[in-house]
Design a protein. Structure first.
Length: 184
């Protein structure tokens, strides 16, 4: 790959844009499952007690979970900023419902490409994850704390809506991190 140096002697920032096609498909799939949840709720009123409880439970779960996904994917479709920017100073992650935001290289101890819950993720390990969590607010902090317990880090990047492969994003991150560590 041919990289061009920029003003601080590093390489051009990596700017990862969203894949509109992937996002539209994720949005449409979530919308269909949300509508299925609404139908299950409707059908629960037309059957006997035992199946009604099951249909109502499934209907509520589908409607709520996939309804949230519809909102998240719609926001991601309307947002114009890149999903991810990796530059000489660090990473700016806006790639998911709980984006990591700006993380400087000096705060990152490791980056790993891992398979977690059936999908590949880039896990960003931080020097002080508890201090990072303390800077977050509300639901985002709570969700990132769950990430920390499950994956060992609050910041996980998935590639499901990216316009480039997660493997390539990982390689580019590692390249820029090595460049940064060589300049310290």
């Amino acid at each position: 790959m041919d990289y061009q140096a920029y003003n601080d002697g590093g390489y051009q920032p990596l700017v990862v844009k969203r894949s509109k096609v992937k996002l539209v498909l994720l949005f449409a799939g979530s919308l269909l499952f949300m509508l299925l949840g609404v139908l299950l709720l409707k059908w629960s009123g037309e059957v006997t007690a035992d199946p009604a409880i099951l249909l109502r439970t499934l209907g509520i779960a589908c409607t709520v979970l996939f309804g949230l996904a519809v909102v998240v994917y719609l926001i991601m479709l309307l947002r114009r900023s890149p999903l991810l920017v990796v530059d000489a100073q660090g990473i700016d992650d806006q790639s998911s419902a709980i984006p990591g935001g700006r993380i400087l290289w000096e705060d990152i101890t490791d980056i790993r490409l891992v398979r977690f819950s059936g999908q590949k993720n880039i896990c960003i390990f931080l020097a002080d994850p508890k201090a990072y969590l303390a800077r977050q607010r509300g639901v985002k902090r709570w969700l990132m704390a769950i990430n920390l317990r499950l994956a060992g880090t609050p910041v996980n990047i998935t590639g499901q809506s990216m316009g480039m492969s997660l493997e390539r994003v990982y390689e580019e991150m590692e390249l820029r991190r090595r460049l940064w560590s060589g300049r310290r």
